[in-house]
Design a protein around this ligand. Structure first.
Ligand SMILES: *Cc1c(COP(=O)(O)O)cnc(C)c1O
Length: 428
């Protein structure tokens, strides 16, 4: 679901012409639609209404303060994976008491920070982490609320790098070992067992694996609840989005077209998991990241050169893999459209960035409208795992991020300057 569409031949985000954004802020730049994020949150929240639930947005998908404050105002909690993410949530007006702290490598400093701030729960990934949290809580004379991440051994049928719920992944504790690890947690004096957590992977487009995970874990959760008195079951994130037909024409409004194109909708997701989760009578937490923000973002870029070789046409733009790494890292596919609509027939090309790596591409051998120097494009559905994964590789400054809400334009992050680029460094 998103708010990018052509109005009089010019691509808009909500009520704002993106050529205007490019002229004002320059390219490359990220733009986000506040209305899309709000709409996605509300649709998911409504579908989950039959459950006593809390949506904890997975901050790692897009951690800009403007995105976090928007979600905090909607009542969202947050799923964090580092002390840095907790700091951002607090700066954005979010509450520590609505945060779950995940991740396989929490340091003592991060644990102490989260304990002092009063996070809702630590989602624990190993027995040695249980011991460390117990020890830090003891030093601070606090009791740490915990949930253990249980790996249900379900194949989410997604890209191998973003699958997390199979037994060969580094995440969580196997379902067979879970009861024993809960016994151990109960024996540690500075821990308070609060829930059970799971997360099977990302960009999951089929409700089937979610249904399977809910069924596989429901019996275990009920058993642990009877024994230890749980407050919640955290079902993780992973709801997939449409990347490849975001602007495809059809009948109805753009969100109806999106719903028709989607293989998973909030309603289908809820239908798959409600039968197993509702009878538990527990609070159910969800940790969506990509679903809330993915389709809400676009990366704007300007064509610098068109290079013809005997084999191919290379269209070279000013954005690179350091700005959006999904194509290089996960073979991620993004729809690419010109900011000015054109009737010209598409021609096959490679759309690439300026970075000195062959992996620096956004599309390969893809038919796209003919593009010339100075033309602008949008790489759609780049609101999740876009800016947050960017780097200064090739000494390229980090991009600005702009949040659009109706007609309102908010510069949520300034473009890094060349001085910013070397801040903190000193020649020897
Ligand atoms: C990454 C992650 C999420 C969010 O995943 P999405 O696919 O963006 O919804 C949620 N929970 C945990 C534990 C994660 O690691």
């Amino acid at each position: 679901m998103h708010s990018f569409s052509y109005v009089d031949g010019s691509l808009h985000c909500e009520d704002v012409d993106l050529e205007k954004i490019a002229a004002e802020f320059g390219t490359p730049a990220y733009v986000y639609s506040a209305g899309t994020i709000r709409g996605n949150y509300q649709r998911l929240d409504a579908a989950l209404a039959p459950l006593d639930h809390l949506i904890c947005y997975a901050v790692k998908a897009n951690s800009n303060l403007a995105v976090l404050s928007l979600l905090a105002r909607l009542g969202s909690g947050f799923d964090i994976v580092s002390g840095g993410e907790l700091f951002r949530v607090l700066k954005a007006g979010g509450q520590a008491g609505r945060c779950t702290f995940a991740g396989v490598g929490k340091t003592r400093e991060e644990i102490a920070y989260a304990l002092r701030e009063g996070v809702f729960s630590f989602n624990v990934e190993s027995e040695s982490e249980l011991e460390r949290i117990n020890s830090v809580a003891g030093e601070l004379r606090l009791r740490a609320p915990i949930a253990i991440r249980v790996n249900p051994d379900v194949d989410p049928k997604t890209h191998k790098f973003i699958s997390t719920g199979k037994s060969q992944n580094k995440f969580g504790i196997g379902i067979d070992r879970a009861a024993a690890v809960y016994e151990k947690a109960a024996s540690l004096p500075h821990l308070k067992i609060r829930g059970v957590q799971t997360h099977i992977g990302s960009q999951i487009l089929d409700p089937g694996p979610f249904a399977e995970a809910s069924q596989k874990l429901a019996a275990l959760v009920a058993e642990l609840h009877a024994k230890f008195g749980l407050e919640f079951f955290d079902f993780g994130g992973g709801i997939g989005i449409v990347y490849d037909q975001a602007l495809r024409s059809g009948t109805g409004t753009w969100w109806e077209r999106e719903e028709n194109a989607s293989r998973i909708t909030p309603a289908a997701y809820a239908k798959a998991i409600l039968p197993a989760l509702r009878p538990l009578g527990l609070k159910i937490l969800f940790e969506p990241g990509r679903f809330l923000v993915g389709n809400a973002g676009a990366l704007l870029a300007t064509v610098q050169y068109v290079k013809q070789t005997p084999a191919k046409t290379f269209t070279i733009v000013d954005a690179g893999m350091n700005d959006l790494i999904r194509p290089a890292l996960y073979e991620g596919w993004h729809e690419i459209v010109p900011l000015r609509e054109t009737p010209a027939a598409p021609v096959p090309m490679d759309l690439v960035g300026p970075v000195c790596e062959s992996g620096d591409f956004f599309a390969q051998d893809r038919p796209l409208p003919p593009l010339a120097q100075g033309d602008r494009i949008a790489v759609l559905s780049s609101g999740a795992y876009g800016f947050v994964m960017s780097s200064n590789y090739n000494s390229r400054p980090l991009l600005p991020e702009i949040l659009i809400d109706g007609k309102k334009i908010h510069l949520a992050r300034k473009r890094q300057s060349l001085e910013d680029l070397i801040a903190g460094e000193s020649p020897a």
